[in-house]
Write a protein that binds this ligand. Structure first.
Ligand SMILES: Cc1cc2nc3c(=O)[nH]c(=O)nc-3n(C[C@H](O)[C@H](O)[C@H](O)COP(=O)(O)O)c2cc1C
Length: 192
């Protein structure tokens, strides 16, 4: 089982990265090969809108540190993406990666009922951490991005949310989040 862990938050030991690590620690290690990318340490640009992935190629032609990340995600069984909520959106580093995910869409993605290039069977865990303790705040982000990941071709998309975690506070993972981590780990690794 090939697992790609993408730390989207610039805080590599922050809430979203910690939740991802706790999830990964529940893996049957002998059966899993985990590779972690910290987006904040990589050099890359967002999508350039060149449309080469829709006209001449089946992949993103931009050559930078995301080239490898995009290829690794393409061949992974499980992808974990952690992000903080910044100014009501996923943080910029993660958004840059998601824009480049446009290359996973087929040329006829607007009309194709299966618009994504990703092979069936992939699982994605989307971890969002926010300062606001209200679960209704930014639930639009969950709906928007899980829908987007679904259309790219991820077969199962799981979300884990951390609420009320401010950047100047110590990382403390609440009991309810621990439960979500356990539930998600079970759903991902059942039968592995
Ligand atoms: C630049 C910046 C913008 C933020 N904007 C929001 C926001 O709009 N809404 C919110 O609830 N929290 C906001 N926060 C708080 C973070 O989302 C919160 O601390 C989150 O838990 C950080 O996740 P991390 O520990 O994984 O980096 C912001 C923090 C920073 C530094």
């Amino acid at each position: 089982m090939k697992i790609i862990n993408v730390i989207g938050s610039p805080r590599s030991s922050g809430n979203s990265a910690t939740v991802a690590q706790m999830l990964l620690e529940k893996l049957p290690v002998e059966k899993a090969q985990v590779r972690t990318f910290q987006l904040n340490r990589l050099n890359y640009r967002g999508c350039q809108g060149c449309m080469a992935c829709k006209t001449k190629f089946d992949h993103c032609v931009a050559k930078d540190d995301l080239t490898e990340v995009l290829e690794e995600i393409r061949i992974a069984d499980v992808v974990v993406i952690g992000t903080s909520v910044y100014i009501g959106e996923i943080n910029a580093q993660t958004k840059g990666l998601c824009d480049r995910f446009y290359s996973y869409y087929l040329p006829d993605y607007l009309t194709n009922p299966r618009p994504g290039r990703l092979a069936p069977g992939k699982k994605l865990v989307f971890i969002l951490s926010q300062g606001n303790p209200d679960p209704n705040a930014y639930k639009d982000l969950v709906a928007k991005y899980t829908g987007f990941f679904d259309r790219l071709g991820f077969t199962n998309v799981y979300t884990i949310r951390v609420l009320g975690a401010m950047p100047f506070s110590d990382v403390r993972i609440a009991e309810s989040v621990l439960q979500s981590i356990n539930d998600t780990a079970h759903q991902i690794f059942v039968g592995v």
